[in-house]
Design a protein around this ligand. Structure first.
Ligand SMILES: [Zn+2]
Length: 282
C-alpha cells in the first residue's frame, strides 16, 4: 500500500491495482473455486490473466524465448530467505530454465525434430508447451499425474504407451520427485524410438553423491533428508553416471556459455543450469 501512496504516476497506480486484483483472485477466491471449473476453463482463465500481465509489462529490456515477447521486467519469485528478483516471464510464466531450453531447441531444431516427429512432454508448463506445439509437422502430447495442462494423466514409472512410441521426450524437473527414478528411466528408454532424444533438466547440487529418501518416508522426513518435502532425492555430481547406468548416453549442454553476458542478462538466464541430452546407448 506504501507504493500506492508514494507513487504519483497514475498509470503505475492502475497497473499496481490490477496486479493486486489478479494476484488475490488467483491466490484467494480462484484457488478455492478452481477445482469446480473444467480444465479447459481453467486454462482459458490462466491465458486471459497472462494476456493482461503481458500487456501491463510491455517493454524492451528483457526478452522471453518461450513466448517470443519483450518486457520491461520479469516477475519476482521466492519468499523469505530465498527471494529471486526479476525471474518469471509475465507473459507465459517461464522461468530461467524454460527460456534456456527454448533458446537451445530453436538453435538445434534440425537435430531433434523432423516431419512426423512424435513429441512427449512430461509435467508440461505453459511457456514450453507453446514452444513445442509451434514446431511444424510434429505431433505433441503432454502428460502429468493431474495437471490441467496435460492431455493424458499417468505415472512416469508406468507409461501406458507401447515401445518406441515417441521420438522426442522432454522430462523437466520430475525425476527427483518419483520414488524410483531407475524405473522411470527404464520406461523412458522403452517408449523412446531407437533414434529419438530424451532431454532431461534437473537441479544438480554440488555434492559428490546423490542423497535419497526411501519410498516409505513421509514429507517431513524427506524435507530433512533431501531438503524438500515433495522430492525423493537431491541429485549430486553423480547424476550423469546414474543416467548412464540405466542404458543412456548423456551429453551435458552448457547453453548459457554460448551466449554473451548481455544476452544472458536480457533473457534472465542462469549460468549454473545445464541441459542433458540423452540417447539410447544400445
Ligand atoms: Zn514468456
Amino acid at each position: 500500500m506504501n507504493f500506492w501512496l508514494r507513487n504519483k504516476n497514475i498509470a503505475a497506480k492502475v497497473r499496481f491495482f490490477i496486479h493486486l486484483i489478479a494476484k488475490d483472485f488467483h491466490l484467494g477466491i480462484y484457488k478455492f473455486i478452481k477445482p469446480f471449473f473444467p480444465a479447459g476453463w481453467q486454462r482459458n482463465i490462466h491465458y486471459f490473466k497472462l494476456g493482461i500481465m503481458a500487456k501491463l509489462n510491455r517493454g524492451n529490456t528483457h526478452y522471453c524465448a518461450c513466448c517470443d515477447k519483450q518486457f520491461k521486467g520479469f516477475e519476482d519469485m521466492g519468499e523469505g530467505s530465498h527471494p529471486r528478483k526479476n525471474v518469471r516471464c509475465p507473459g507465459c510464466h517461464s522461468m530461467e530454465r524454460h527460456r534456456m531450453l527454448a533458446g537451445y531447441l530453436e538453435k538445434e531444431k534440425e537435430k531433434f525434430f523432423f516431419n512426423g516427429c512424435r513429441i512427449l512432454y512430461l509435467a508440461p508448463v505453459v511457456g514450453v508447451i507453446q514452444v513445442l506445439k509451434n514446431i511444424p509437422d510434429t505431433t505433441y502430447k503432454g502428460a502429468d499425474l493431474d495437471s490441467i495442462w496435460a492431455d493424458e494423466h499417468f505415472d512416469l514409472m508406468d507409461i501406458p504407451h507401447p515401445d518406441s512410441s515417441f521420438d522426442f521426450i522432454l522430462c523437466s524437473h520430475i525425476l527427483a520427485h518419483v520414488h524410483d527414478d531407475k524405473k522411470a528411466l527404464r520406461e523412458l528408454l522403452r517408449t523412446l524410438s531407437p533414434k529419438g532424444h530424451l532431454i532431461l533438466l534437473d537441479r544438480i547440487h554440488d555434492i559428490p553423491t546423490t542423497m535419497e529418501a526411501s519410498k516409505n518416508t513421509d514429507a517431513k522426513e524427506r524435507e530433512k533428508i533431501v531438503g524438500q518435502s515433495d522430492r525423493f532425492r537431491k541429485y549430486g555430481l553423480d547424476f550423469k553416471q546414474r543416467i548412464q547406468n540405466e542404458g543412456w548416453n548423456i551429453e551435458e549442454i552448457d547453453y548459457a556459455s554460448t551466449l554473451s553476458p548481455a544476452s544472458i542478462h536480457r533473457q534472465r538466464l542462469r549460468t549454473d543450469e545445464f541441459i542433458y541430452v540423452c540417447k539410447r546407448s544400445f
